[in-house]
Design a protein around this ligand. Sequence first.
Ligand code: PLP
Length: 388
Amino acid sequence: MNSTKPHVTTAGADPRLAGGRLTIDLDALVANWTFLAEKSKPAQASAVVKADAYGLGIDHVVPVLHDAGCRTFFVALVEEGLRVKAIAPDARVFVLNGLFAEARPVFEASGLIPVLGSHYEIDLWTGANAVSGLKLPYALHVDTGMNRLGLTVAEALDFAANAREMPVLVMTHLATADEPGHVLNQRQFESFQTLRAAFAGIESSASNSSGIFHAVSNGGELSRPGIAMYGGEALAGVANPMRPVVTLEARIVQIRTSPKGETAGYGATALLERDTRIAISSVGYADGYLRSLSGSGTPLRNVVPKGGEGFVAGHKVPVLGRVTMDMVSFDITDLPEDAVKPGDHVELFGRNIALDDAARAAGSIGFELLTSLGNRYHRRYLYSGKGA
Ligand SMILES: *Cc1c(COP(=O)(O)O)cnc(C)c1O
């Protein structure tokens, strides 16, 4: 494929009409991937672009990662893999979410590689290989403690000793890598070394974003970063070294001053304890600004007592009352009069409000905020190609 030229690409809603805008800094994305690739060494870094590249858009993310040198991608579903292949035909694309019999012809035609995690799937694949005479490659998923997809370690060791068709990649997935002190990490890494020995000479892969940051890890020959590449936190309780990639801003529709003693929003959950200047913005839970970001005092806020925050005119401002389908309100009483006017944008997360802080306020994680982003935004993709 041709290399990607510097560009500002817009997508989604007309910027004059949209209630919110998303800015996606592809230079920061590339810088993050390059940093993770460096940190992965001696392993090679792939890129995990499932769920439409964590909500950012496969069509925009894959070309610049390919330019940066990424040649292996992981997706959850076959259709995501087809999109990656259409952009980067020379890339290896692994499909994580298993195999159904009906999908085999699509794999045959596309060159996608399935990640197989059960004897059912392996028999399906190797059986089809035998019938067609095509020795199509597959990856083997081994479960070392997650209890999600994959052969057990015992099954995998037995398989290694007896298999007629060996996988091209043996992988496992870490359940607690974001908590470096968790005992399960050690157990999973130990099992993984046992597997590497049993599948000697076969490429192996263990580390997601968090795994890459483990000092003691031997994550095999291939790392699989996702969230950190998109700017999210890889490790709990540690300053995030990644550059923010996504900025979400909502347009302010109206500013009103409401008297002390009244309430604001659905459920009358926000009692105004002073005369309150309120900025109402045009993004809501239908856009993926989760309802659990509703302001303090709302009954559903039993996970994290504090609500979400916005950033406008150089200040952080709290969400006031419940997040609604299409709107969220902020208390801007503490800002200078006239600091905010209709048509201005309030940042919901990005450079000034970390993605993960917004996620924590929702009782959630950065992954969920990114993959929930709706399709009503005006999207801007910025790429200078300089990694700047
Ligand atoms: C999603 C996923 C990853 C990427 O994880 P991050 O925490 O986003 O880095 C890696 N491997 C597998 C199997 C996954 O499902």
